[in-house]
Design a protein around this ligand. Structure first.
Ligand SMILES: [Ca+2]
Ligand SMILES: [Ca+2]
Ligand SMILES: [Ca+2]
Ligand SMILES: [Ca+2]
Length: 304
C-alpha cells in the first residue's frame, strides 16, 4: 500500500466561490456566505476569508481578483477541487478543506501527503489540465495527447505502440506521483492495453525507474495491477481495471529501496503491489497509455 494513497479517499465536490449581497466590503465570507456584487471572497486572507473588490489585483500578479484563486501568491487561475483556493496555493489541490489536517506542519495536507507524520514534503507539481497543456509536458507522439476541457486525453485507439507524456520536477529520493483518470475505450485489435504513471532518473548515470498501472492482454482475461522497476516487477490479478463507468487513481511511491504501486477504482482499492528499486533521486515523471483512450483529470507529484 502506498502511504497516503488510501487516505486520499476524497470526493471533489464542485463548490463555487461566489458572492451575494449579504456582506459589506472586507466583511467575512465563505463558499456559502457570499459577498456583495462587485466583490469576491478572498479565501486565503491571513485572518480568514474576507470580501475584496472584484476588480483589483491584490497580489499584482496580473490576475484580477475575480479571476485569482490565490490572492496572496503568484498564479491562482485554476481551482481543481472547487474549494475556492487556487491550485497554485492549495495545500492539497485534490481535496476540499472540510477537515484539513497537516499533523507534521509541512504545508502538504494529509490527503495529499504521502507521509502526514514526517515533515518536509512539498507539492512538486500539480496539473489539473484546466488551462491548456503546460509546455513543460513533452509527449512522445504529440498527436496522441490533447487537452479537452479540464482533461488530458490520450487517444491510442488506433495506435498499438505505448506512448508517453513526461516532464521534470526537482529530484527527490522520496517521491510519489498520483493521477486520476477515466477509460473511454479499448482498441480491440491490440494485443495489450495499458494505463499508468512512472518515475525515472534521467541523468546519464541514472538507473532507477519505476512504473505503476494496469494492464490487460487482449487474448486472455487477466487484468493486472503491475509495478515495474529497474530491479524487477510484481503484479496482482484484478477485475474491473478498464471499466469506462469507473473513476480510477493510479499512484506510485518510491522511498529508499522500495517502490509501491496502488490503483483505486471509485476510491476503493483495486490492487497494490511492491517491488525493490535502486535508491536514487527521481526527477522525470509521466503518464503512459497503450491501445486505449484515456482521460486524465489531474496529476499530483509530492516529494521530500
Ligand atoms: Ca492577482
Ligand atoms: Ca494570485
Ligand atoms: Ca483548490
Ligand atoms: Ca509530510
Amino acid at each position: 500500500m502506498i502511504p497516503g494513497v488510501s487516505a486520499r479517499v476524497t470526493i471533489a465536490i464542485a463548490l463555487l466561490a461566489g458572492c451575494s449581497d449579504t456582506s459589506t466590503l472586507d466583511g467575512p465570507c465563505s463558499l456559502t456566505d457570499r459577498c456583495d456584487a462587485g466583490q469576491v471572497c478572498d479565501m486565503t486572507a491571513e485572518g480568514g476569508p474576507v470580501c475584496i473588490s472584484a476588480s483589483g489585483d491584490l497580489d499584482g500578479d496580473g490576475l484580477t481578483n475575480e479571476k485569482d484563486f490565490c490572492q496572496h501568491a503568484m498564479g491562482g487561475a485554476t481551482d481543481e477541487d472547487g474549494d475556492g483556493i487556487g491550485d497554485d496555493c492549495d495545500k492539497c489541490p485534490i481535496a476540499p478543506p472540510f477537515s484539513t489536517v497537516d499533523p507534521d506542519g509541512d504545508d502538504v495536507e494529509s490527503p495529499c501527503d504521502p507521509d502526514p507524520h514526517t515533515p518536509g514534503d512539498q507539492i512538486l507539481l500539480f496539473d489539473g489540465f484546466l488551462n491548456g497543456l503546460d509546455p513543460r509536458w513533452k509527449p512522445t507522439t504529440a498527436g496522441v495527447w490533447a487537452i479537452k476541457p479540464g482533461e488530458l486525453v490520450a487517444d491510442l485507439s488506433t495506435s498499438n505502440p505505448q506512448d508517453y507524456i513526461q516532464t521534470n520536477v526537482a529530484g527527490k529520493s522520496n517521491i510519489s506521483i498520483v493521477a486520476s483518470y477515466r477509460i473511454d475505450s479499448l482498441e480491440a485489435s491490440a494485443s495489450e492495453h495499458k494505463v499508468g504513471v512512472f518515475l525515472d532518473d534521467p541523468r546519464p548515470a541514472g538507473v532507477a525507474n519505476t512504473a505503476c498501472g494496469v494492464t490487460k492482454a487482449d487474448q486472455g482475461s487477466d487484468e493486472l495491477v503491475l509495478v515495474e522497476t529497474n530491479q524487477g516487477a510484481m503484479n496482482q490479478r484484478v477485475t474491473g481495471a478498464f471499466d469506462s463507468a469507473r473513476l480510477y487513481r493510479a499512484g506510485v511511491y518510491v522511498t529508499g529501496t522500495k517502490s509501491g504501486c496502488a490503483v483505486l477504482a471509485d476510491q476503493n482499492p483495486l490492487g497494490t503491489v511492491q517491488a525493490t528499486i535502486t535508491p536514487d533521486q527521481l526527477s522525470s515523471i509521466g503518464l503512459t497509455a497503450r491501445a486505449v483512450t484515456v482521460r486524465f483529470q489531474w496529476v499530483l507529484v509530492v516529494g521530500h
